[in-house]
Design a binder for this molecule. Structure first.
Ligand code: ATP
Ligand code: MG
Length: 793
């Protein structure tokens, strides 16, 4: 029992008119004002769980006089965290700024940057994302001489991830291996961990696992955080995995840890969630965490919320009817007084193009006749690849849109290369990053030379970087390679001195791009894709500049220190920010804050927690949604159904469901039957605009008539209308790093490497201006003028 524990009923009675309880129903108020024992709020979608959690934070600060620094709130995405923080600030003012509102990963990074030296890492550790991890695992499997057909890096990594989510290290995994296959996996796991450690790097799962191990192993660290975080609140609790669950236990001092005499009293814990919305089992999320809460915390209080404030009765009934087909769930009585609302609209299309056209036309009608703004509309699909067709139609019709997830900016090759440069500058032990850029662009350090250096590093038990600095000792290294390596080392050291001097991240990045020759190589290329790459790099510079001009410390920096003004914001913070950008965070905001003209496209997974007045749920076909993989597997099918429930319950007023009779996947058309989830919708709630039988009558004609397929590459589309364009816009607004020559067609110029040339064309303005210049025998080059060493004659 906490000393602050007060009789809740009485508090409620006295505070009924409190402004922080405005617009809350009785059980919501009870949750906000609850004090003491662990609190579980379980409730269906749209019942105000997130709202309650946010209000509770404000309540803790204002009424319970909790210090904002003593509050830790966990959300599922960085964006959700930012919104929650903003909301609390609105309610209680600026002092809320020093709270920790973050994702599990960000909170762990913060703790680790302070404490990780205890477990033998340096505090400037790198964070490996999926692609880095895959690269490292590929090296590991090669070293272990495992047959790449039988042991695929991704499969091994998934297995390793499962182990880590269960908090099993390589040793545990080896002990528990049941067959030779798993033994090999465990070996790869051990070797992978060893190499991560050598690189002073952690992968995503390590962030959580290492924090848990650290808190378990060092009582003083644990007590320190427990003393600090007197209140822990977790949103979307149904999607926590075992490791995250243990983290919460460690941080709160869970009451069931019998036999442990802890110096610090347990913190107050509040978790909110909905078992029906658990959609991350494939990442180890465990529904039992929510189902067993009362067993795990015997003195827990549970509050149920039953009124939905988001959707119409029609939408709610549809969602309830679908989820009702899952077995072994606790039935819920979710109701709304929003009225029946519009019927659900169903549409059977000829193919995916026709489906996209239907969606687009319907959006036009809604915006013309029904007072809907494009920003009110979301289009959901099961897999990222499905966005392409919608993008094509939106580009053609000029409907601005944004894609959440998909081919992500930070996953593009050139962006990854640039970031690898930055990362190895900050952490030279980061071998994966270092080797990635060693010969990129080509500078005469080939695979043989790299192998000689690796051998030297092995022999002398030094890092790859140290071996590079001592390349002269490497047996068998050709003189020419040695020279090239020495030049590379000199360049890196020079760039490092900028990092040490706390130069701005954008300035360092620009130097990297120029000094490394990376940009020059792209600019010299005739491949039009390289032109795009140059633009993407310009955008990355713009992102770094924005960061430098509005310095926000990386997640590892305690907001309290920022308030105190004691933190320098540097390259490390920038990299951290970039590393922790998760899929769901790719919701770009318009630069001027006016997003009202933009339709949102996203996968169902990223839609969690959000709401939109109008929702299109597309691709409802067995084999697409539910996903092919789940068709023969009951638990997986139930997870797909929960995903459908998430999708349906995002809609506030209008819901559309659609499917295509023929869909091309990997170029081959497939005829998929209707999704079983469509059959699970109550018949009388759906108004079928077009059915399968009508399609056979009209379909052919439609196909030949209107379905012109566009050859617009997806990338170009994204650049036009989505996040990249917004970033580019920011780039255009930012101050140029140097004077951009103003050129017109016909102007004569001189370029440092290509010599004299004549301008053929100029596109774009300011930072984005690109000139096509004819350099005679060197050919015509497309150059980004901001960078190109061009002078007007
Ligand atoms: N008591 C209330 N009165 C009016 N509106 C409310 C009330 N409670 C919540 N809402 C509104 O209902 C909507 C859904 O609330 P919220 O997003 O908090 O639900 P949730 O339970 O977190 O949903 P999900 O399960 O999808 O995460 C929001 O627009 C919220 O502002
Ligand atoms: Mg919510």
């Amino acid at each position: 029992m906490s000393p602050t524990d007060a009789p809740a009923d009485q508090a409620l009675f006295e505070l009924r008119d409190h402004p922080l309880l405005d617009g809350l129903n009785e059980p919501q108020r009870a949750a906000v004002t609850h004090a003491g024992a662990p609190l579980l709020v379980v409730a269906g979608a749209g019942s105000g769980k997130t709202r309650v959690l946010t209000r509770r934070i404000a309540w803790l600060i204002n009424e319970r006089k909790a210090h904002p620094g003593s509050i830790l709130a966990i959300t599922f995405t960085n964006k959700a965290a930012a919104e929650m923080k903003e909301r609390v600030e609105d309610l209680v003012g600026k002092r809320a700024r020093i709270m920790w509102v973050s994702t599990f990963h960000s909170a762990c990074v913060r703790i680790l940057r302070k404490e990780i030296d205890r477990v033998g890492f340096k505090s400037n550790f790198s964070i490996y994302d999926a692609a880095d991890s895959k690269r490292l695992m590929t090296l590991v499997l090669r070293d272990l001489e495992l047959d790449p057909k039988r042991y695929q890096p991704n499969a091994v990594l998934n297995w390793v991830s499962d182990q880590k989510n269960e908090l099993r290290d390589a040793e545990d995994a080896a002990k528990e291996a049941r067959n030779s296959f798993e033994e090999a996996y465990a070996k790869a796991f051990a070797s992978y961990q060893r190499r991560l450690r050598e690189a002073n790097a952690l992968d995503f799962d390590d962030l959580i696992m290492t924090t848990v191990h650290l808190l378990q192993a060092f009582p003083d660290v644990r007590e320190n955080y427990r003393r600090r975080f007197r209140h822990v609140l977790v949103d979307e609790y149904q999607d926590t995995n075992h490791a995250q669950y243990s983290l919460i236990q460690q941080l709160c001092g869970a009451s069931f840890e019998e036999g442990h005499q802890e110096a610090v009293e347990p913190s107050e814990l509040m978790v909110v969630g909905d078992a029906d919305q658990s959609i991350y089992a494939f990442r180890g999320a465990d529904i039992r965490n929510i189902l067993d809460f009362e067993q795990d915390f015997p003195d827990a209080t549970t509050i149920l919320l039953e009124q939905n404030y988001r959707s119409t009765q029609t939408i709610l009934s549809a969602a309830n009817s679908v989820i009702g087909n899952n077995r072994g769930r606790k039935p819920k009585r979710l109701w709304t007084d929003a009225g029946e609302g519009e019927r659900i609209v169903g549409y059977v299309s000829d193919d995916e193009h026709d489906e996209a056209r239907f969606v687009s036309e319907e959006i036009d009608k809604l915006t013309d006749d029904a007072g809907v703004r494009p920003a009110d509309v979301a289009v959901f699909y099961r897999t990222n690849a499905q966005s392409r067709v919608f993008e094509e139609v939106f580009i053609r019709t000029g409907q601005p849109y944004k894609v959440v997830g998909g081919v992500r900016f930070y996953e593009r090759r050139e962006v990854r290369d640039a970031l690898a440069y930055l990362r190895m500058l900050v952490n030279t032990a980061d071998e994966i990053s270092l080797r990635r850029v060693l010969n990129t662009p080509k500078r005469g350090i080939g695979e043989r030379a790299e192998a000689c250096i690796a051998a030297l590093a092995d022999r002398d038990r030094i890092t790859f970087w140290e071996a590079l600095t001592r390349a002269a000792d490497a047996p068998g290294l050709a003189t020419r390679s040695l020279k090239n390596i020495e030049a590379f080392v000199a360049m890196v050291q020079e760039l490092q001195s900028m990092v040490e001097a706390d130069e701005r991240p954008d300035v360092i990045l620009e130097s990297v791009l120029e000094r490394s020759g990376y940009l020059a190589e792209l600019e010299a290329s005739d491949d039009p894709q390289d032109g795009t790459r140059v633009e993407n790099l310009a955008e990355l510079v713009a992102v770094a500049r924005e960061f430098a001009e509005d310095p926000q410390p990386g997640p590892s920096v305690d907001p309290a220190e920022v308030e105190a003004g004691t933190v320098a914001v540097g390259l490390g913070d920038f990299l951290e920010r970039v590393a922790l950008v998760a899929d769901a965070d790719q919701i770009p905001d318009a630069p001027d804050g006016d997003d009202s003209g933009v339709v949102t496209l996203m996968t169902l997974h990223t839609a969690k927690g959000l709401e939109f007045p109008v929702v299109f749920l597309t691709g409802l076909e067995d084999g697409v949604f539910p996903h092919q993989r789940s068709l023969g597997d009951q638990p997986e099918l139930e997870e797909e159904r929960r995903l459908a429930y998430v999708g349906l319950t995002r809609a506030q007023q209008r819901l559309y469901v659609s499917r295509a009779l023929v869909r091309s996947a990997w170029g081959a058309p497939s005829h998929n039957p209707a999704s079983r989830f469509l059959d699970e919708l109550p018949v009388d709630l759906v108004d079928w605009r077009r059915t399968a039988s009508e399609q056979t009558r009209w379909g052919r004609q439609d196909l030949s008539g209107g379905s012109t397929r566009l050859a617009i590459p997806t990338d170009a589309g994204r650049r036009n209308f989505s996040s990249a364009a917004l970033r580019a816009d920011a780039a255009a607004k930012a101050k140029p790093a140097r004077d951009i020559p103003s050129l017109d067609p016909g102007d004569r110029v001189v370029h440092d490497s290509f010599g004299m040339g004549t301008v053929v064309a100029v596109e774009g303005v300011a930072e984005k201006s690109v000139a096509s210049i004819d350099f005679g025998s060197e050919g015509v080059k497309r150059l980004l003028l901001r960078y190109a060493p061009v002078e007007k004659l």
